[in-house]
Design a protein around this ligand. Structure first.
Ligand SMILES: [Zn+2]
Length: 739
């Protein structure tokens, strides 16, 4: 508690000192004319028109729908005049590994019909509506009875592709439906004969297929798995959730996704003892395919620095419509591409020293393929004229992406957008998310400086109807942005870039919650053009600043960092308070290391005099841990003094998309599941601890220090658990002991 009082005082001092800069009217970091040019050109409507195009496609990895979306993006990039527009393919056959990602074969579907074939011997059928006339006519004509067969369409892939779970296989089955509850435990099947029948489950198909199909011989699955948990969870009974089977399960099957409403109807009928017979007709399956990644650049101006890149990233895959997740991120970086290209080619913005790249991959797996694989270029599109036609014989400014394994080293920072179009309809809160504590970096402070500017301007406009930079799209909302500066959260391509095998810092812009995520109601209608304009502005301004950043920017940058870190220090402070009864030494130690590395990270972009660096460190240390500095207990832990370093392969985080490298290899080598993976800390869970323990294993840190660091990040965790996990990583060959 002593620490708290001291910090609180230091904090108040900082608040007074910073009151003026945070209230500044002038935009941060960039000349006002650049900011005005961006604010003026970025169009939420253009982004939305592109979004409406992408949202038409069912964009499963390696599918025709994904390819069509990729073609649309490539065509736009070309029409906007970007350089090096290319559609890259990385073979995906289920065998090739891209770092820790076992490639998942492509998957396509043509037919997916689920029909209720229930027969009724009388006219009490729920589908008798419309049959009444036929029944009466039949009686009049002296027939002895009428057999009514319902042909009630429960699901149709053509009209709503979301109804067929990804990785479904072909089938033509007529079978009875059996309700097995969740379907994930053996007891769910007790006393029920599901052999050759279709099971109705509340869990995701992938979580039940090995039991239902593999063990108990079911013919297929109907699932009404609900959405990710938020306050609105389960409220809308019309939502149909995107479903998945396990790509690599040997128990191949099909699965249909239905709404809660449909499922309730079926369950009620089954509970009354009614026999429900369904016909499932599926033409679908996995096939050797490709991960496709669209990319393009705005080449840098400096002969040397143009080899360095600032990348804009998103993910182009997901179910139709997938408007917020993640057509919104794709079209928003596309709008950044259009705007920067236009302003730079018209001379309204100076061409920055570094190259700016745009990347549109399938989530996580496409990014890992791009960073570790060698692509084939299937469509390489050169410069175009004003009508978007390729200029014959024109030189391409660059060869497309080098396709060498040196590529990741060129990327200095990434602006990643995943869900940036939500508004009042989706219940979105917009986050400017920092990186993991294993990779402290100033780029987050750059993003926050612009986000805070948009927060202020958009609030001023909402509250008074007047602001210099309202950043409102004519067809969009007028609500204030109210972006949050948030601690690292996982779950998108930024996990890959920020994994220690690449160590590339990522500005992550994202909405959460979203009550329609991964459902048929994640539609274009919910997407707010104003929101996309603002996300585009924050991204474009941050990326453009970083692409042009040099030593002359350092002084203004340092004050932006201090102001932004001041804001973030509140999270640190809250965590410290929660730990009042524990020692907070770990947190202080960790924060001192973070502050040091954060200041050092500026040197990747510009030369910073040593004196300025140490001053900056002192200021940050004062902000976080009090101006007297912290007297730390010297802790010598002989046990757990072993250090580990990461091997060159595999690159990437261990839990990726549709594949868990750790689980797969632990099973193969007989390693028991470490307790850390299911540990729940104060501010994070097993997956997060595991991600960071691996990232922090950098040869210099002994196990106890790694434990300290993750305790500071996600809450105290027993040292034995960290050691057990490190040993498991060593056994599966991901890390090795430092001698
Ligand atoms: Zn997403």
């Amino acid at each position: 508690m002593r620490g708290f009082v001291r910090v609180a005082l230091a904090w108040m001092g900082a608040a007074l000192a910073l009151a003026v800069p945070t209230r500044a009217q002038k935009p941060p970091l960039l000349p006002e004319k650049d900011v005005a040019a961006l604010a003026n050109e970025l169009s939420g409507e253009t982004a939305k028109r592109n979004l409406e195009g992408i949202a038409r496609f069912h964009r499963q990895r390696g599918s025709r729908g994904f390819h069509e979306a990729a073609e649309l993006v490539a065509e736009r990039l070309r029409a906007y005049g970007l350089s090096d527009v290319a559609l890259l393919q990385f073979p995906a056959d289920g065998k090739i590994f891209y770092g820790s990602q076992r490639s998942r074969p492509g998957w396509d579907a043509e037919v997916g019909d689920l029909t209720d074939l229930t027969q009724f011997a009388d006219n009490s059928s729920p589908c008798k509506k419309g049959w009444q006339e036929t029944v009466e006519k039949a009686h009049k004509e002296g027939m002895v009875g009428v057999l009514i067969v319902c042909f009630n369409v429960l699901a149709n892939y053509q009209s709503q592709p979301i109804v067929l779970a990804e990785d479904s296989e072909s089938a033509d089955v007529a079978a009875d439906l059996v309700d097995v509850g969740q379907g994930t435990k053996e007891s769910d099947y007790a006393g029920k004969d599901v052999r050759d029948k279709i099971v109705l489950v509340s869990a995701q198909p992938g979580a039940v297929q090995d039991l239902a199909v593999g063990k108990f011989g079911a013919a297929g699955i109907v699932s009404f798995a609900q959405n990710q948990k938020t306050a609105w969870w389960g409220e809308d009974e019309n939502l149909i959730r995107w479903g998945h089977l396990e790509t690599f399960s040997v128990n191949k099957t099909f699965a249909f996704m239905v709404s809660l409403k449909t499922a309730r109807g079926l369950r009620e009928r089954l509970a009354k003892g009614e026999k429900i017979r369904l016909h499932a007709m599926v033409k679908a399956g996995q096939h050797p395919g490709n991960y496709e990644v669209v990319t393009a650049t705005i080449p840098g101006a400096d002969p040397k620095l143009k080899e360095e890149e600032i990348a804009f990233s998103c993910h182009l895959d997901h179910q139709r419509p997938g408007a917020n997740d993640n057509a919104s991120g794709c079209v928003t970086i596309l709008e950044v591409a259009r705007t920067l290209q236009k302003l730079i080619s018209e001379g309204k913005l100076a061409r920055p020293a570094r190259t700016i790249r745009f990347i549109f991959p399938p989530e996580i797996e496409g990014t890992l393929a791009l960073l570790t694989g060698r692509a084939q270029v299937i469509a390489e599109l050169g410069p175009v004229d004003s009508k978007g036609e390729v200029i014959p014989g024109a030189d391409k400014i660059h060869t497309p992406i080098s396709l060498t394994l040196e590529f990741p080293k060129k990327i200095k920072a990434v602006v990643h957008m995943d869900m940036v179009g939500g508004g009042p309809e989706t219940k979105a809160v917009f986050h400017v998310t920092r990186g993991p504590m294993s990779l402290p970096n100033f780029v987050h402070d750059v993003a926050w400086a612009f986000a805070e500017f948009v927060n202020e301007e958009s609030y001023k406009f909402a509250a008074t109807g007047k602001a210099e930079y309202p950043l409102v799209a004519p067809e969009g909302g007028k609500e204030p942005l109210r972006a949050e500066y948030s601690a690292f959260t996982m779950g998108s391509d930024h996990d890959v870039y920020q994994d220690s095998s690449f160590g590339i810092p990522v500005i992550y812009l994202n909405d959460w919650p979203d009550r329609y995520i991964h459902t048929n109601f994640d539609t274009a209608a919910n997407i707010d053009p104003t929101k996309m304009k603002r996300a585009a502005f924050i991204g474009a301004a941050s990326g453009y600043f970083l692409a042009g950043m040099s030593a002359k920017d350092v002084p203004t940058l340092l004050s932006a960092i201090e102001s932004s870190e001041f804001r973030h220090a509140s999270i640190f402070q809250r965590h410290r308070n929660e730990l009042a009864s524990h020692s907070t030494d770990e947190m202080n130690r960790s924060q001192l290391r973070i502050n040091k590395e954060l200041v050092e990270s500026i040197s990747r972009f510009a030369v910073v005099p040593g004196e300025l660096k140490s001053k900056m460190r002192e200021r940050l240390n004062a902000l976080y841990v009090g101006d007297e500095g912290v007297p730390l207990k010297t802790q010598v832990l002989v046990e757990a003094s072993q250090g580990y370093s990461r091997k060159a392969e595999p690159k990437g985080p261990l839990a990726v998309f549709g594949y868990d490298y750790f689980a797969d290899h632990a099973k193969a080598t007989g390693v028991a599941t470490p307790k850390l993976l299911s540990y729940e800390g104060l501010w994070g869970g097993g997956e997060e601890y595991a991600y960071e323990v691996l990232n922090l294993a950098n040869a210099k840190r002994p196990a106890w220090q790694i434990c300290d660091e993750v305790s500071a990040e996600y809450g105290p965790v027993p040292l034995e658990m960290v050691v057990e996990y490190l040993k498991a990583l060593e056994e599966i060959g991901v890390i090795e002991q430092v001698k």
